[in-house]
Design a protein around this ligand. Structure first.
Ligand SMILES: N[C@@H](CCC(=O)N[C@@H](CS)C(=O)NCC(=O)O)C(=O)O
Length: 220
């Protein structure tokens, strides 16, 4: 039996979505973030030394890192679905988006989140300095980089319905958190394909079943 060690409001939600799409039996062990620090509880470190979510166990295997989990589940339980044929152009796109999500886009989104709380958590005396540093980083690094990435995604979504082609694949599962978080936290801008993509994801029955099982989910 697969166990998903699920942290509320986290990247773990997409693993539940994939399991629902696959129709595989699984159980969820719920963990709650600390209300003040938003960090995962220490019990997660008993499952995997990094103490992050998602992490799954399947028999003797413990697998962390969402990309690795998605690839494992698709290969082990997908019966050829959710992954384009080896050697096809779609397979290359699958690999690209699978890596891009955590390699390029998530660091920017996490940085934006972390920088946004720095002034609030700084002592009042140095808050003006903290504010100045944060707006400088925002103006000269985060804002421009986020916009470039969001425009790139918007343009890529003009090529096909899903990230790797006309079929939903593991790459979409991996990109779904990025897309939801971008729409919630990204800089303003009219990006209709990205908005329509998120709607398409959220309308899937498997996604909605996963949401019910995972519990309340808020981004931004
Ligand atoms: N690259 C990892 C990131 C894992 C990660 O940072 N997870 C966050 C939740 S979205 C977490 O566990 N945060 C709680 C903490 O850092 O204590 C993945 O995709 O699995």
């Amino acid at each position: 039996m697969i166990t998903v060690h699920h942290l509320n409001n986290s990247r773990s939600q997409r693993v539940l979505w994939l399991l629902e799409e696959l129709g595989v039996e699984y159980q969820i062990k719920h963990y709650q973030r600390d209300a003040k620090t938003m960090l995962a509880p220490p019990e997660l470190k008993a499952v995997h030394p990094l103490g992050k979510s998602p992490v799954i166990t399947d028999g003797d295997l413990t697998i962390a890192e969402s990309g690795a989990i998605i690839e494992y589940l698709v290969e082990r339980y997908g019966n050829g679905k959710f992954i384009p044929a080896a050697g096809s152009p779609e397979r290359m796109r699958y690999t690209y988006w699978m890596h891009y999500a955590e390699g390029s886009m998530m660091p920017l989104l996490v940085m934006k989140l972390v920088f946004s709380v720095i002034p609030k958590r700084s002592p009042a005396l140095i808050r003006p300095i903290a504010n100045a540093i944060v707006s400088n980083v925002e103006k000269n690094f985060l804002g421009p980089n986020l916009r470039t990435n969001l425009d790139f995604i918007e343009s890529e979504l003009g090529k096909s319905t899903w990230f790797a082609g006309e079929e939903l694949t593991g790459a979409d599962i991996q990109m779904s958190f990025v897309m939801e978080a971008s729409v919630a936290r990204g800089p303003d801008g009219n990006r209709p394909r990205s908005a329509a993509y998120v709607k398409r994801v959220q309308e899937r029955p498997a996604y909605q079943r996963a949401l019910k099982k995972g519990g309340p989910y808020q981004l931004g």
